[in-house]
Design a protein around this ligand. Structure first.
Ligand SMILES: Cc1ncc(COP(=O)(O)O)c(C=O)c1O
Length: 316
């Protein structure tokens, strides 16, 4: 299993293992108040691949943390307090990120302490987003392809429309590319499929080749609204994680994994579509690159659990 979308370069990629080993013997931790060469190298690497205009980075340790930072930055920059998120959207399970996450299964046990500043609009429908906007809307947060929500690709014109709405209303557009980023969809960033650049982008998951790391990448003036000390992380940007992330990004580029995801994804999706046509229990194959989903007309949970049980028995 790919570790909930982490292992884009596989498990124990030799370049990542080597980088971790080497860094381990030099310096494992170094807080953000001091310069560190590996952190600098990672920031430089990120700037080479980040969408144009997104040029300031906050490093953290997970996807949820990358989202927390994005929310705080957007609120601080605009001086407003409401966030619009999408039905079926998933952004993590810490309190801020969970407030932006739609699934009642995750929200309901904690709903009494979730932020009331978040509203949900149906994914893919611009009119409902326009209706949800008020004078106090600070940000819109969206996954270009909803992952955990069931692999739903943004319909044509949707992200472009959100960009326009945000520009016209001084609202910060946040793309959560935590699952879609680093080539999984056949482009380095899913937003490239539509040619739309957000104001803030959240990344994590595959970034460290298996080592925890996340990043919030924003336009400089937006990120600069956070003053020193207003948002920090003890472990964020530690040299060990940065070394792993540098090696992972290099592997993705040197081994042409983005193009490979596009090529294999097209073939794989074609095969899945063939299955959908052949078997009535399958409803639809969706996705871009190697971020693919196959929806069935039946509940597959028990089948997956049985398959896992059998796998466990085999390993014992
Ligand atoms: C789109 C998206 N955002 C945020 C997260 C949260 O990331 P993490 O589990 O690293 O906190 C996930 C994790 O599945 C995700 O898919």
């Amino acid at each position: 299993m790919g570790g909930y979308g982490v292992s884009l370069v596989g498990h124990c990629h030799p370049k990542v293992v080597k980088a971790i080993k080497e860094q381990c013997e030099r310096l494992i931790t170094c807080h953000g108040s001091l310069y560190n060469d590996k952190r600098a190298e990672l920031l430089e690497n990120l700037m080479k691949i980040a969408p144009k205009g997104l040029n300031k980075v906050f490093l953290s340790n997970s996807g949820a943390e990358a989202v927390e930072c994005a929310i705080k930055v957007a609120v601080k920059y605009t001086g407003k307090s409401e966030i619009i998120s999408m039905v079926r959207g998933f952004h993590g399970k810490t309190l801020g990120a969970l407030s932006a996450t739609w699934n009642p299964k995750y929200r309901d046990p904690f709903k009494h302490i979730l932020s009331r500043s978040f509203k949900f609009a149906p994914f893919g429908r611009l009119d409902e987003v326009k209706e949800a906007i008020t004078e106090d809307t600070a940000a819109i947060i969206v996954e270009p392809i909803q992952g955990e929500g069931g692999v739903h690709v943004a319909p044509e014109g949707y992200l472009e429309g959100l960009r326009k709405i945000c520009d016209e209303n001084n609202i910060v557009l946040i793309f959560d590319e935590i699952q879609t980023g680093f080539g999984r969809t056949g482009r380095m960033w899913a937003s490239e499929h539509w040619g739309v650049t957000p104001d803030i982008m959240c990344v994590a998951k595959a970034m460290g080749g298996g080592i925890p790391i996340g990043a919030t990448i924003a336009k400089e003036d937006i990120m600069d609204s956070l003053k020193v000390g207003e948002h920090t992380s003890t472990f964020g940007g530690n040299p060990l994680a940065c070394a792993a992330a540098c090696a992972t990004i290099n592997a993705i580029i040197e081994e042409n994994l983005v193009e490979r995801a596009r090529f294999l994804g097209d073939r794989f999706k074609g095969l899945l579509q063939g299955l959908v046509e052949e078997f009535n229990i399958l409803r639809e194959a969706r996705g871009l690159g190697l971020m693919l989903g196959l929806e069935a007309r039946i509940d597959v949970y028990s089948i997956l659990m049985r398959a896992l049980e059998r796998l466990t028995l085999i390993h014992i």
